[in-house]
Design a protein around this ligand. Structure first.
Ligand SMILES: NC(=O)c1ccc[n+]([C@@H]2O[C@H](COP(=O)([O-])OP(=O)(O)OC[C@H]3O[C@@H](n4cnc5c(N)ncnc54)[C@H](O)[C@@H]3O)[C@@H](O)[C@H]2O)c1
Length: 265
């Protein structure tokens, strides 16, 4: 178990913080008493608008998380102008491609869902280690534990995000760095707004609201848990998958065929 993370009086950064799950996290951390929450997003206008709505302890920052120099500059600026960062939520994400997708879908998904976390780890974890510790939260997805039948670039790169979060949690624990990995299934955000007919949506069961996800995150941080599963069924599917991979694959094939035939009717 990681150390319980206590939010009051901390400085938190949330990437992809302008909207959706990121915005709900920012709002919830402020309600829990964070001293500063940086709403970091590539969309400068929306980051500005969200921070203005969230109040004086919210600070907007424009950053593209796939640009390593920009991530470094963001960390340096926040730590010199606001305060040392206690918790970085690496949450920005994109839904790109259908089926096997195009090379550009793989490239973007890889950069946003994997390399962006590497850039933060390179720049921020040594700073945190030097001052005795810190916390990194990686937003992956249930697609990174199970799979997303619609979209290989998304599913594969989210598996990468889970693997990277595990690697960091193992390699940096002795430096006082705690890592959590958030793996929700369907959540009502702009990313899923056009998903009504997708296999992932029809298989995924109940959609949660971003605020429900933020509740799960805060509870898991308090408990010092690595894996954050806002949908309890994901834990059950994950157990079945690891217990018998062939049986799980056969079940997924049946589910996929059923969905395909239903949508062909
Ligand atoms: N919505 C879901 O059902 C769901 C399920 C599982 C995991 N997730 C993950 O949760 C995270 C948040 O998703 P959401 O549903 O809130 O999506 P969203 O589309 O509502 O918000 C994503 C935010 O990320 C920002 N962003 C995208 N690329 C960026 C970049 N290169 N640099 C900086 N900011 C960037 C966008 O501007 C946007 O504000 C993502 O990592 C997503 O993959 C979402």
């Amino acid at each position: 178990m990681a150390e319980p993370f206590s939010i009051p009086a901390t400085t938190v950064v949330v990437t992809g913080g302008a909207t959706g799950i990121g915005r709900a996290l920012a709002e919830r951390f402020l309600r829990e008493g964070a001293a500063h929450v940086v709403v970091a997003d590539r969309d400068a206008e929306r980051a500005q608008a969200t921070a203005a709505e969230l109040g004086a302890r919210a600070h907007p920052m424009q950053v593209d998380v796939t640009d390593e120099a920009a991530v470094n500059a963001t960390i340096t600026w926040i730590e010199s102008e606001i305060a040392p960062i206690d918790l970085w939520c690496s949450n920005a994400g994109v839904g790109r491609g259908q089926g096997l997708g195009q090379d550009s879908d793989w490239d973007t998904s890889w950069r946003v869902h994997v390399l962006a976390h590497v850039y933060v780890a390179r720049a921020l974890l040594p700073r945190m280690a030097q001052r005795g510790g810190g916390h990194l939260l990686v937003t992956a997805s249930a697609a990174g534990l199970l799979t997303n039948l619609d979209n290989a670039p998304y599913s594969v790169t989210k598996h990468g995000a889970v693997a990277l979060a595990e690697w960091l949690a193992i390699r940096h624990a002795d430096e006082g760095i705690d890592v959590s990995c958030l793996c929700p299934q369907g959540v009502n955000t702009e990313m899923t707004a056009g998903d009504a007919g997708s296999a992932a949506t029809r298989m995924g069961g109940e959609y949660l609201e971003p605020a429900d996800v933020a509740d799960s995150v805060v509870a898991a941080l308090h408990e010092g848990r690595f894996l954050i599963l806002p949908h309890p069924s994901v834990a059950e599917f994950e157990r079945k998958r690891t217990a018998d991979r062939d049986r799980w694959l056969a079940g997924m094939r049946r589910a996929w065929n059923k969905l395909r035939h239903a949508s062909a009717r």
